[in-house]
Design a protein around this ligand. Structure first.
Ligand SMILES: [Zn+2]
Length: 1055
């Protein structure tokens, strides 16, 4: 049954006027209620509300509009979003709110649904004559709440929450079982333990109240309406792009980067400079804006010198500016890209002197690029010197600063836990403990309930347990073994079989399950300097998906039949297998065996006593034979790739390797073991063949990984620097580059080659995931690995991309067998979107890792006296020259930074006869590969690759990240007091350990003082690996693999 009625809507047009729209409106008897408690056989397809709740809650329009963030707490259950409330909120708050609401409704981790109350015959109520829109909305939502309660036969009470006191008075106790109360009362009554939600509520409520009393004096030009912006962009009068603030000149300098080729200003191919606050016109770093160019007389240059005192803009001084460049002003905001920001509250004295009204204060974001934010709070005193998460609400043209509200307190600034959490929030990394519901999806494996292979599953897999000698080679002490190998001579002797067997994670992680969604949103395991946040729960990552020795495990395998002579591929098999690894080797052991040393294999020594010596030596010989075969095959594969131009860089390949733990140790500089490379090569091979397979099967929707060739001009620094040592670097192809880098070895100084490889790495673009339908085939190429197809298949435990690739591979195999796919494949568009998501998360993971490393470096040096403590003085190598100083690399700590030769008083570094340095009046002269200082003590020239001595100290900062400060102490190399070089990387892991120890001592002391622990339960639970084991290796590689962001930025964006 359906009834047609008419409904009049009063809409706000984009020009701000009001429009009346009359719509036909159809009413139905049956509209799904989406509750598992439904008593009326509704067709509830998809997500439904849990029945295991004490009540359902219905927010009214105002609550949805202003307090959606509170409703986003996953702890809140049984939320019914009424159509009326959603529409009203959407009309007043626009697309951002709509998108959040939609995200919430789609996400199965949130127990909430949408009910189309206006289509339900019996819950719909027409608007009365003279009734205001707001009144009608409230009445409609109340009516719907009553209907919902009756529909479920009163099985659960329904609570409607509102900020409207009149509504509470009117409806509060009208119907039994349906309650109308305020949001505040609701949270206090039903969720007394959810303090965070209550705090967030009052923070938003206060911000709302304050906003009403804002002043009216205009500080900025009004933004143009959306349709004017749109037309202006179409005609080419305005340019659309993302605002990028220069963090070294945060208040003055910002750039707008082009978006696509839609721009009609063809003569314009650079960024557009936006200079000063007025022209930036309330745009925040990251916003999508429309800019209008100023007349060319008003154009300015960008600043090019190194900057001391990050983020503080100094008036005057001798700024070095480039040629004037296109300069513009922001005329409108197309999309706000605001995220959560960490801010620091000022000291209480400052708050009191700031204004008479001490409830409104200015807080300073951790990120230099974000402006100060105005907060209304009564907690300013309690929160002084605390780091707090803040969200922006609005930035009116009448307000010098944007308005925001506090969300969550992280802790006191300067404490290790606060600083680590800050880094996570700033990188949008959200790693809450795995929820109970997620953990319920996991298989159990305990002493009482051991996990075992299921018979049905076993029969559907190729069983390799008795036929194949499977083993793993990992760093010593590795817990999560996600790959194993096998190799054997096939009967007849003319063919070899190489096998790579990867943990079958997708057997346990079903598409669309809660665990899957969580892994998808994390996209990767996060490694910080002292801890790790896993992508998957431990029962998988450290147990059932870890291919440990001597236990049955499910695997996904790739097996190649190779010609025993030529090693050409004859046949490839892909599929699900059942394996039992016989040996869990570590690199050093495997290499010793290969070297013919009498190393002890634990699995053989542990063998049963009744096994005779003959059997033992037979098994040892069998293992040795396999290792030798494997080495032979890997050498061959590597040679093939070398011919194609594979790069051995400090970075690119390493970065790929960084994600598959086994390859990492290939870079331990002291003792490079061939076996590292052997394992790495097999993994690269598996990734390559799986990439080929899924691309053939799904030419338009496979997830691959490519590495675009670098732009030639990025190699300039590398080429110029190499030339100073008479090395010629050929960058025309990856092969030429690899060969010339191999040649560029200074036998006197091994650091030179390392630095050259580092510069080559910096010139590279990042390797990225993409969907095959989104690129042409030439763009599939992986420049660093010299392969035409590549993807990630070998580490599904800690990379979500591999999980997708496993599913694609299974779909390809099923399709070949003629089986119908169990689930529709993601479209090219969805796949590309996912690729973007994973790329972004990987970038965030790298940033967080880098920032946490820098944090530890700073904490390490913080309390040391640079003038007396030996550890603060170190050898450094110059690798680039700038206008007022140079960039150096400190091998002992693996850190890079700027060394200034000119200070704010315009003094320069003078070098005395013994090499020691002092500040003096004088001049600087800069050349391409060298820089000279001249003072009364004479002239000294610093050249690229010179070793100098630097003194390391920490620049204190209350609101922003701490910064290391490098000063030249002597123009000569540093002689370490103790003879003999320290093993590389040792300095770093010691550094991490010492900082952790100090932080723990501090927290212990605080605990004794306050009688409570500093670490929350979740923090303790998720600080999984305290001893940097695998991580210290990762660290070492990461220092080289990561783009040198601060150094790049110090040169001025893109200079
Ligand atoms: Zn129902």
């Amino acid at each position: 049954m359906m009834i047609k009625t008419e409904k009049t809507l009063c809409l706000k047009s984009s020009r701000g006027g009001k429009v009346r729209v009359v719509r036909e409106h159809y009413l139905r008897e049956h509209v799904p209620c989406y509750s598992t408690l439904c008593q009326a056989a509704c067709q509830n397809e998809g997500k439904t509300l849990s029945g295991e709740v004490t009540h359902y809650v219905v927010p009214d329009a105002g609550v949805v509009r202003d307090f959606l963030e509170v409703l986003e707490f996953r702890e809140l259950q049984g939320i019914v979003f009424m159509q009326t409330a959603c529409q009203a909120a959407q009309h007043s708050r626009g697309r951002r709110l709509y998108n959040r609401l939609r995200g919430l409704l789609k996400d199965p981790r949130h127990d909430c649904i949408h009910f189309a109350n206006e289509f339900q015959m019996y819950s719909y109520c027409p608007r009365g004559k003279g009734e205001t829109q707001e009144k009608w909305q409230t009445r409609s939502i109340y009516q719907a709440a009553v209907w919902y309660h009756d529909h479920l036969a009163g099985l659960r009470p329904v609570v409607m929450i509102t900020e409207d006191q009149e509504a509470i008075a009117e409806y509060g106790s009208r119907t039994s079982g349906v309650y109308v109360i305020s949001t505040k009362e609701y949270l206090e009554t039903f969720w007394p333990d959810l303090k965070a939600a209550q705090e967030l509520y009052s923070s938003i409520a206060q911000a709302l109240q304050e906003r009403e009393s804002d002043s009216t004096e205009r500080e900025y030009a009004e933004h143009l309406p959306a349709e004017v912006l749109e037309a202006g962009i179409k005609s080419g009068r305005f340019i659309q792009g993302t605002l990028n603030v220069n963090k070294h000149r945060a208040q003055q300098e910002a750039f707008v980067r082009f978006e696509g080729s839609a721009n009609k200003n063809t003569e314009l191919n650079s960024d557009i400079l936006v200079w000063g606050g007025k022209h930036r016109n309330r745009a925040v770093h990251g916003d999508l804006v429309a800019v209008e160019l100023l007349s060319s007389r008003e154009w300015r240059g960008r600043t090019t010198a190194l900057h001391e005192g990050l983020g503080e803009d100094k008036a005057g001084g001798d700024e070095t500016q480039s040629q004037p460049m296109p300069t513009g002003k922001v005329v409108g905001i197309l999309q706000r890209n605001w995220r959560d920001y960490v801010v620091t509250f000022p000291p209480w004295e400052e708050v009191q002197s700031q204004s008479r009204n001490s409830q409104r204060i200015l807080v300073t974001p951790w990120d230099y690029r974000i402006p100060k934010i105005r907060i209304s709070t009564q907690q300013a005193e309690a929160l002084q010197d605390h780091r707090v998460i803040v969200r922006l609400d609005s930035w009116e043209s009448t307000s010098l600063y944007p308005n925001g509200h506090t969300v969550r307190v992280l802790g006191k600034s300067g404490e290790l836990e606060t600083e680590v959490q800050t880094i996570l929030v700033e990188n949008c990394i959200h790693v809450p403990p795995f929820s109970e519901a997620q953990l319920r999806e996991m298989p159990t494996n305990s002493a009482e309930q051991p996990w075992s292979v299921e018979a049905v599953e076993a029969s559907s897999r190729l069983d390799l347990r008795d036929t194949h000698l499977v083993f793993s080679i990992d760093p010593l002490g590795c817990e999560d073994v996600d790959d194993t190998l096998s190799v054997r001579l096939l009967p007849g002797g003319t063919r070899l079989e190489l096998g790579v067997h990867i943990a079958d994670v997708t057997h346990f992680v079903k598409e669309g399950s809660l665990t899957d969604l969580e892994a998808r949103s994390r996209a990767t395991t996060y490694y910080l300097a002292d801890r790790r946040y896993d992508m998957l729960p431990a029962v998988l990552s450290a147990d059932l998906c870890s291919l440990l020795g001597g236990v049955d495990r499910y695997a996904m395998s790739v097996m190649w039949q190779l010609d025993a002579e030529s090693l050409d591929v004859c046949k490839v098999w892909y599929g699900r297998t059942l394996i039992r690894s016989s040996y869990q080797l570590h690199y050093e052991l495997a290499q010793s065996l290969l070297n013919g040393e009498p190393a002890e294999v634990p699995e053989l020594s542990r063998a049963r006593a009744n096994e005779d010596e003959g059997e033992r030596s037979r098994r040892r010989a069998e293992l040795l034979e396999a290792l030798r075969l494997l080495t032979r095959v890997a050498r061959h594969l590597r040679a093939l790739r070398d011919r194609g131009g594979a790069l051995e860089l400090e970075g690119v390949e390493v970065r790929a390797q960084l994600d598959s733990s086994k390859n990492i140790t290939a870079l331990v500089p002291k003792q490079p073991l061939e076996v590292h490379e052997t394992v790495a090569e097999c993994m690269i091979y598996a990734n390559h063949w799986v990439a080929r397979k899924i691309q053939e099967s799904f030419p338009h929707q496979a997830l691959l990984r490519h590495h675009p060739p670098p732009r030639q001009e990025f190699f300039n620094q590398l080429v110029d620097s190499a030339r100073t040592r008479s090395f010629a670097i050929d960058t025309r192809s990856n092969k030429a580059l690899a060969d010339s880098l191999d040649q560029a070895v200074d036998h006197q100084d091994p650091v030179v080659n390392r630095l050259l490889r580092m510069m080559a790495t910096q010139a590279m673009s990042n390797a990225l995931y993409f969907s095959t339908g989104a690129c042409s085939e030439e763009q599939y190429y992986h420049y660093g690995l010299a392969l035409d197809r590549y993807t990630h298949f070998t580490s599904p435990i800690r990379r979500y991309a591999d999980i997708i690739v496993h599913r694609l591979l299974m779909a390809a195999i099923d399709a070949e067998k003629g089986l119908a796919p169990s689930k529709a494949l993601a479209s090219n568009k969805d796949q590309e979107e996912l690729a973007h998501q994973i790329n972004n998360k990987n970038r965030a993971a790298q940033h967080a890792q880098k920032q946490s490393t820098e944090l530890f470096q700073c904490l390490y040096f913080k309390d040391k006296d640079p003038l007396t403590d030996e550890r603060c003085t170190a050898d450094a190598v110059i690798y680039a020259i700038r206008a007022n100083g140079m960039l150096v690399f400190v091998p002992r700590y693996g850190l890079k930074g700027a060394v200034y030769l000119k200070n704010r008083e315009n003094q320069v570094v003078g070098v005395k006869e013994d090499g020691s340095c002092v500040w003096h009046g004088g001049t600087l002269e800069r050349h391409l590969d060298r820089i000279s200082t001249t003072t009364t003590t004479g002239t000294h020239t610093f050249r690229v690759f010179d070793h100098i001595t630097v003194r390391i100290s920490v620049q204190p900062s209350r609101c922003h990240p701490l910064n290391l400060c490098l000063e030249v102490a002597s123009s000569r190399p540093h002689q370490a007091p103790q003879a003999g070089e320290q093993p590389k990387g040792r300095g770093r892991s010691e550094l991490v350990q010492e900082v952790v120890r100090l932080a723990e001592e501090a927290s212990q002391q605080a605990k004794e003082k306050k009688g409570r622990g500093k670490l929350s339960k979740e923090e303790r639970e998720f600080r999984q690996s305290k001893q940097p084991n695998l991580y210290s290796l990762l660290q070492e590689v990461a220092q080289l693999a990561l783009l040198d962001l601060p150094a790049c930025e110090a040169l001025g964006v893109g200079a």
